[in-house]
Ligand binder design. Structure first.
Ligand SMILES: C[S@@+](CC[C@H](N)C(=O)[O-])C[C@H]1O[C@@H](n2cnc3c(N)ncnc32)[C@H](O)[C@@H]1O
Length: 342
């Protein structure tokens, strides 16, 4: 193939793959997993399944006799995916994979769930999800907010930049305190120690601030970043998943994620020497998950900044030109989107 064509295709990002039916048809033959299939990584024993998160028999097969120390779930709570479902149906559906998760976790384990809060619809599904969780056997531990760099909103409302993350525990799992790269710039909290008046920076263990339940130091994924996986529309930043894994698991332990998408949890687990079992019911996202790990091992790259996971198969693909200045990848799936304000 002439270079110019190869380059054009290589630099041509994929559109979001959940609703591009023509491209889906062309990609499906390159996907190695059919519904129900499980791929096992020969290097570290990770598993990727093309499995529905609520299919208890298939999840049991994925897990075998192993139980996880940590579950990180990022369900598709955006309006487009659930426009025909009422919130109560969505929450009922969540209850099914939450109950399954409880059974697949070790006695002492942690659960993190990313969940949306639509300000145009009573901040749902967050409040009803929280109420549902009060009836489960998990203990609530923290309500984390990650601040997005890019916001959405109107001139008549506060710009929406939040992504909500709920942290629950089963039993008494360990928790490792983490520090950010943010320097401590505020002094104060004077206290007399050994007769001497000291201020907080003198007394503290670190020059930087502790990771709290408000995260302002994580860049959301956009198309110019190396970790971007084009075709994925709801990718979480690697740094956010790494933070969760480091806080709530130890090297060698098992991490599960029932909504894999771009495979962020698998990649973060691999880098931090945890084992990961993950599933996505869509064969294309299950394939992307496997390819992201393989690509990382082959090239050291965490995504495809100027390409896409199927570029080796692209010769036969017809992809429409995308505007390179339009972010194809990082839809904020936590709120209804109105005029983007950069
Ligand atoms: C919000 S994305 C997850 C993003 C992921 N955390 C990442 O960083 O790439 C949700 C994913 O869940 C998948 N999904 C939706 N319903 C599912 C189900 N019932 N079982 C398994 N996966 C499902 C979708 O195909 C989509 O890839």
């Amino acid at each position: 193939m002439p270079n110019s064509i190869t380059n054009r295709m290589k630099n041509n990002p994929l559109p979001r793959l959940d609703n591009s039916s023509e491209i889906r048809e062309q990609l499906l033959p390159y996907c190695r997993l059919q519904p129900g299939d499980i791929w096992e990584d020969k290097v570290c024993g990770h598993r990727v399944g093309c499995i529905d998160a609520t299919d208890s028999a298939a999840i049991a097969e994925l897990m075998g006799i192993e139980r996880a120390a940590l579950a990180i779930h990022d369900p598709p709570y955006n309006v487009a995916a659930f426009e025909v479902k009422h919130v109560s149906e969505f929450v009922e559906w969540c209850q099914r994979w939450i109950a399954l998760t409880y059974r697949m976790l070790a006695q002492d384990a942690s659960l993190y769930v990313w969940i949306g809060a639509d300000q145009n619809n009573g901040f749902q599904p967050l409040p009803d999800f929280m109420i549902m969780m009060r009836g489960q056997r998990f203990s609530p531990r923290s309500f984390i907010t990650m601040r997005n760099q890019r916001g959405y909103g109107t001139q008549k409302n506060w710009m929406a930049v939040r992504q909500e993350l709920l942290y629950y525990t089963k039993g008494s799992p360990s928790f490792n305190v983490e520090y950010t790269d943010i320097p401590k710039i505020l002094k104060g909290y004077y206290k007399r120690v050994g007769g001497k008046v000291t201020e907080n920076t003198e007394r503290s263990k670190s020059e930087t601030i502790r990771a709290s339940n408000v995260w302002v130091d994580i860049q959301q994924v956009f198309y110019r970043m190396e970790e971007n996986v084009s075709g994925c529309y709801a990718q979480k930043p690697l740094k956010s998943i790494e933070r969760i894994i480091m806080a709530s698991s130890r090297p060698g332990e098992l991490v599960v994620d029932f909504f894999s998408h771009s495979g962020t949890t698998l990649l973060a687990s691999d880098g931090l020497k945890r084992k990961c079992f993950t599933v996505d019911y869509d064969p294309i996202f299950a394939e992307i998950t496997i390819r992201r790990l393989e690509n990382f091992r082959a090239t050291g790259r965490t995504g495809w900044q100027n390409g896409n996971p199927f570029e080796a198969n692209l010769e036969n693909l017809e992809i429409q030109e995308n505007d390179p200045d339009i972010d194809q990848s990082s839809e904020d799936n936590s709120v209804l989107i109105q005029n983007p304000l950069l």
